[in-house]
Design a protein around this ligand. Sequence first.
Ligand SMILES: *Cc1c(COP(=O)(O)O)cnc(C)c1O
Length: 382
Amino acid sequence: MKVPLLDLKAQYAAIRGEVDAAIARVVESQHFILGPEVEALEKEVAQYSQCAHAVGLSSGTDAILVGLMALGVGPGDEVVTSPHTFIATVSCIVRLGARPVFVDVDPASFNLDARLLERALTLRTKAIMPVHLFGQLADMEAITAISQRHRVPVIEDAAQAVGSEWRGRRAGAWGALGCLSFFPSKNLGAFGDAGAVVTNDAELARSVKLLRAQGQEPKYFSKILGGNFRIDAIQAAVLRAKLVHLDAWTAARQRNAARYRKWFAAAGFDVSQVKPTREHPLVLPPEPAHVRHIYNQFSIRSIERDALKQHLQELGIGTEIYYPQPMHLQECFASLGFKRGDFPEAEAAAAQSLAIPIYPELEEAQQRAVVEAIAAFHRRRR
Ligand SMILES: *Cc1c(COP(=O)(O)O)cnc(C)c1O
């Protein structure tokens, strides 16, 4: 039985009529840049994210870049973030001439460990950028308290976390700004690249709008140095058609996560550990407290991760490593002078994590096959 990591064709098949009609609407109008579809999406995404404003952008990466620009991040500044993330979080900081300062991750959540945050702040800290990895918010109460004490704004990398909550408050609604990605494999995926910034700050929303359209106001009169960071109207229409299904998809992902917990426990694995050991070679992501986890990924940990990945691949089960190389060890940041051992939890996560299928359309029999294959692998190795 083939089990892909993600099956976007299954999702499209279920909503084909609605999405095709939305695209046709834009094509008929020939209004491709900004306009009513983009404005409507922005209203709906703002509301969904419990924010006053949303600004549609060309990608999640550009949302982070423009968000940092709106906060005035530049040469000589420091931005505190997680070393266990996708490259875009950190590359945007470096592209603006600022320095990334890493705080190691909490091994239970893979998110920036708020207990280590305060000692990373300096007089040069311009922003704190937690990453809500895999669809689970970082400890935003602790992070917000520290940011307020030091008067440093928070910019949330919420690329994987649209609609995720910490104690009822959504991703993007905690910080000065939240950056969303609508990359196709995210929970709300466009038919190409797209993203958004959400915020409760009208001034910041205005800045982001200026920055995405060459800093022009009015047209051909540029107030500030911007770029072309606009979302396409066709992508906005596709996203609007999908947004009405997002809660049902999230519920299906949560059901799948609950099944994994139940079925691995039934297969004799103690899944309550945080880190894998010889005795407990397999660990599931802990049941989150205070969180509406939207499960963009369900990332297990195994002490024999690479062999397990190979085994599953041979059986036709799709997996992925998020992420195999922590940020402080990326070649492109070599000049920053970090070395192996600097962030041990991020390094352990990079060596042991393996994302397994969690997508909403995953069928029960497919999921059983995944559990059986993983259980058999670890039993044989014992
Ligand atoms: C996907 C992602 C991004 C970048 O989003 P794009 O839309 O692909 O540019 C940034 N940060 C994280 C954590 C992501 O997962």
